[in-house]
Design a protein around this ligand. Structure first.
Ligand code: ZN
Length: 211
Protein backbone atom coordinates (compact mmCIF):
# COMPACT_ATOMS: atom_id res chain seq x y z
CA UNK A 1 0.00 0.00 0.00
CA UNK A 2 1.51 3.31 -1.06
CA UNK A 3 0.12 6.26 0.86
CA UNK A 4 1.03 9.87 0.17
CA UNK A 5 0.68 12.52 2.88
CA UNK A 6 0.01 16.11 1.90
CA UNK A 7 -0.33 18.96 4.35
CA UNK A 8 1.08 22.27 5.46
CA UNK A 9 3.90 22.72 7.98
CA UNK A 10 2.46 22.32 11.47
CA UNK A 11 -0.44 20.10 10.35
CA UNK A 12 1.07 17.16 12.24
CA UNK A 13 1.37 14.93 9.20
CA UNK A 14 4.90 13.83 10.17
CA UNK A 15 3.75 12.66 13.59
CA UNK A 16 0.59 11.09 12.19
CA UNK A 17 2.61 9.45 9.43
CA UNK A 18 4.70 7.67 12.06
CA UNK A 19 1.61 6.53 13.95
CA UNK A 20 -0.11 5.26 10.81
CA UNK A 21 3.12 3.52 9.77
CA UNK A 22 3.32 1.76 13.14
CA UNK A 23 -0.29 0.60 12.90
CA UNK A 24 0.09 -0.69 9.35
CA UNK A 25 3.56 -2.12 9.86
CA UNK A 26 5.07 -0.30 6.90
CA UNK A 27 7.82 2.34 6.89
CA UNK A 28 7.22 6.06 6.83
CA UNK A 29 9.51 7.72 4.36
CA UNK A 30 10.27 11.42 4.45
CA UNK A 31 12.03 13.03 1.52
CA UNK A 32 14.63 14.69 3.75
CA UNK A 33 15.55 11.40 5.44
CA UNK A 34 15.78 9.58 2.13
CA UNK A 35 17.96 12.30 0.65
CA UNK A 36 20.33 12.20 3.62
CA UNK A 37 20.47 8.41 3.45
CA UNK A 38 21.19 8.42 -0.30
CA UNK A 39 24.00 10.89 0.29
CA UNK A 40 25.38 8.85 3.19
CA UNK A 41 25.36 5.69 1.07
CA UNK A 42 26.89 7.67 -1.78
CA UNK A 43 24.40 6.33 -4.36
CA UNK A 44 24.27 7.81 -7.85
CA UNK A 45 21.12 9.79 -6.92
CA UNK A 46 22.66 10.80 -3.62
CA UNK A 47 25.69 12.27 -5.37
CA UNK A 48 23.40 14.10 -7.79
CA UNK A 49 21.34 15.53 -4.92
CA UNK A 50 24.42 16.61 -2.98
CA UNK A 51 25.61 18.87 -5.80
CA UNK A 52 22.41 20.91 -5.50
CA UNK A 53 22.20 20.85 -1.73
CA UNK A 54 25.80 21.98 -1.33
CA UNK A 55 24.94 24.99 -3.48
CA UNK A 56 21.87 25.67 -1.37
CA UNK A 57 19.60 24.91 -4.33
CA UNK A 58 16.42 22.82 -4.31
CA UNK A 59 16.98 19.26 -5.41
CA UNK A 60 15.38 18.89 -8.88
CA UNK A 61 12.24 16.82 -9.36
CA UNK A 62 14.08 14.26 -11.50
CA UNK A 63 16.52 13.51 -8.67
CA UNK A 64 13.71 13.25 -6.11
CA UNK A 65 11.84 10.84 -8.36
CA UNK A 66 15.04 8.83 -8.90
CA UNK A 67 15.50 8.51 -5.17
CA UNK A 68 11.86 7.46 -4.76
CA UNK A 69 12.41 4.80 -7.39
CA UNK A 70 15.35 3.38 -5.45
CA UNK A 71 13.28 3.50 -2.27
CA UNK A 72 10.18 1.83 -3.69
CA UNK A 73 12.30 -0.87 -5.34
CA UNK A 74 13.87 -1.86 -2.03
CA UNK A 75 12.63 -4.90 -0.03
CA UNK A 76 11.92 -2.61 2.95
CA UNK A 77 8.93 -1.13 1.12
CA UNK A 78 7.63 -4.39 -0.38
CA UNK A 79 4.51 -4.23 1.82
CA UNK A 80 4.07 -0.53 1.26
CA UNK A 81 5.22 2.87 2.38
CA UNK A 82 3.92 6.13 3.72
CA UNK A 83 5.44 8.98 1.78
CA UNK A 84 5.77 12.28 3.61
CA UNK A 85 6.87 15.34 1.70
CA UNK A 86 7.52 13.45 -1.49
CA UNK A 87 5.08 15.13 -3.82
CA UNK A 88 5.63 18.84 -3.46
CA UNK A 89 5.23 19.59 -7.15
CA UNK A 90 3.17 18.29 -10.08
CA UNK A 91 6.24 16.75 -11.81
CA UNK A 92 7.01 14.88 -8.57
CA UNK A 93 3.43 13.61 -8.41
CA UNK A 94 3.54 12.57 -12.07
CA UNK A 95 6.91 10.91 -11.54
CA UNK A 96 5.71 9.00 -8.51
CA UNK A 97 2.57 7.69 -10.22
CA UNK A 98 4.60 6.69 -13.29
CA UNK A 99 7.33 4.91 -11.38
CA UNK A 100 4.82 3.13 -9.14
CA UNK A 101 3.17 1.73 -12.25
CA UNK A 102 6.59 0.75 -13.68
CA UNK A 103 7.14 -1.21 -10.50
CA UNK A 104 3.72 -2.84 -10.82
CA UNK A 105 2.37 -0.85 -7.90
CA UNK A 106 0.12 2.15 -7.48
CA UNK A 107 -0.51 5.10 -5.22
CA UNK A 108 -3.39 3.71 -3.15
CA UNK A 109 -4.28 6.77 -1.16
CA UNK A 110 -3.53 10.45 -0.78
CA UNK A 111 -4.28 11.86 2.66
CA UNK A 112 -4.68 15.60 2.67
CA UNK A 113 -4.21 17.11 6.14
CA UNK A 114 -6.59 20.01 6.39
CA UNK A 115 -6.22 22.71 9.01
CA UNK A 116 -6.84 26.42 9.00
CA UNK A 117 -4.05 28.98 8.92
CA UNK A 118 -4.91 30.52 12.30
CA UNK A 119 -4.45 27.18 14.02
CA UNK A 120 -1.15 26.62 12.18
CA UNK A 121 0.16 30.04 13.17
CA UNK A 122 -0.85 29.30 16.75
CA UNK A 123 0.89 25.91 16.72
CA UNK A 124 4.07 26.97 14.97
CA UNK A 125 4.56 30.24 16.80
CA UNK A 126 4.24 28.30 20.07
CA UNK A 127 7.57 26.65 19.39
CA UNK A 128 10.73 27.96 21.00
CA UNK A 129 14.26 26.64 21.19
CA UNK A 130 17.10 27.14 23.72
CA UNK A 131 19.68 29.41 22.15
CA UNK A 132 22.45 27.55 23.96
CA UNK A 133 21.66 23.83 23.87
CA UNK A 134 19.00 23.92 21.09
CA UNK A 135 16.42 21.95 23.11
CA UNK A 136 13.02 22.56 21.49
CA UNK A 137 9.99 23.55 23.57
CA UNK A 138 6.30 23.82 22.86
CA UNK A 139 3.99 26.38 24.40
CA UNK A 140 6.74 28.27 26.23
CA UNK A 141 7.28 31.96 25.58
CA UNK A 142 10.49 33.43 24.12
CA UNK A 143 12.62 34.75 26.98
CA UNK A 144 11.76 31.81 29.29
CA UNK A 145 14.55 29.74 30.81
CA UNK A 146 15.72 26.40 29.44
CA UNK A 147 15.01 23.57 31.90
CA UNK A 148 18.13 21.72 30.81
CA UNK A 149 20.85 24.33 30.82
CA UNK A 150 19.32 27.58 32.06
CA UNK A 151 19.77 29.21 28.67
CA UNK A 152 17.30 31.63 27.11
CA UNK A 153 14.48 30.38 24.87
CA UNK A 154 14.13 32.08 21.51
CA UNK A 155 11.76 31.71 18.59
CA UNK A 156 13.32 30.62 15.32
CA UNK A 157 13.00 33.33 12.66
CA UNK A 158 11.06 30.72 10.63
CA UNK A 159 8.46 30.46 13.38
CA UNK A 160 7.67 34.17 13.65
CA UNK A 161 4.01 34.68 12.67
CA UNK A 162 4.87 36.73 9.56
CA UNK A 163 7.35 34.07 8.40
CA UNK A 164 4.80 31.33 9.08
CA UNK A 165 2.26 33.07 6.86
CA UNK A 166 4.86 33.27 4.09
CA UNK A 167 5.64 29.56 4.50
CA UNK A 168 1.93 28.76 4.32
CA UNK A 169 1.52 30.88 1.19
CA UNK A 170 4.42 29.05 -0.44
CA UNK A 171 2.93 25.72 0.61
CA UNK A 172 -0.50 26.59 -0.79
CA UNK A 173 0.78 27.94 -4.10
CA UNK A 174 2.93 24.80 -4.54
CA UNK A 175 0.39 22.29 -3.35
CA UNK A 176 -2.86 23.52 -4.90
CA UNK A 177 -1.71 22.36 -8.37
CA UNK A 178 -0.69 18.97 -6.92
CA UNK A 179 -4.14 18.55 -5.36
CA UNK A 180 -5.81 19.50 -8.65
CA UNK A 181 -3.56 17.12 -10.54
CA UNK A 182 -4.35 14.28 -8.14
CA UNK A 183 -8.10 14.90 -8.52
CA UNK A 184 -7.87 15.15 -12.31
CA UNK A 185 -5.94 11.90 -12.48
CA UNK A 186 -8.37 9.94 -10.39
CA UNK A 187 -6.15 9.41 -7.37
CA UNK A 188 -8.03 8.26 -4.29
CA UNK A 189 -7.73 11.30 -2.05
CA UNK A 190 -9.30 11.94 1.34
CA UNK A 191 -9.29 15.30 3.09
CA UNK A 192 -8.60 14.77 6.75
CA UNK A 193 -9.60 17.10 9.56
CA UNK A 194 -6.18 17.56 11.22
CA UNK A 195 -7.47 19.48 14.22
CA UNK A 196 -7.93 17.96 17.63
CA UNK A 197 -6.29 15.24 19.72
CA UNK A 198 -3.48 13.15 18.24
CA UNK A 199 -5.44 9.91 18.80
CA UNK A 200 -8.56 11.30 17.13
CA UNK A 201 -6.64 12.39 14.04
CA UNK A 202 -4.95 8.97 13.84
CA UNK A 203 -8.35 7.26 14.08
CA UNK A 204 -9.72 9.47 11.30
CA UNK A 205 -6.71 8.62 9.14
CA UNK A 206 -7.09 4.89 9.75
CA UNK A 207 -10.78 5.09 8.91
CA UNK A 208 -9.95 6.89 5.65
CA UNK A 209 -7.42 4.19 4.79
CA UNK A 210 -9.91 1.40 5.43
CA UNK A 211 -12.59 2.92 3.23
ZN1 ZN B 1 19.32 24.89 27.02
Amino acid sequence: MIIVLLGPPGSGKGTQGERIAARLGIPKIATGDVLREAIRQDTEQGRAAKVFMDRGDLVPDSVIVGIMKDTLSSPATAKGAILDGVVRTVPQAEGLVRLASELGRKVDKVLLFDIDDEELVRRLSGRTVCEDCQTPYNGREPGSTCRKCGGKLVRRPDDEPAAIRTRLDVYRSQTEPVIRWARDHGLDMTTLDAKGKLDDVTDRAMKALES
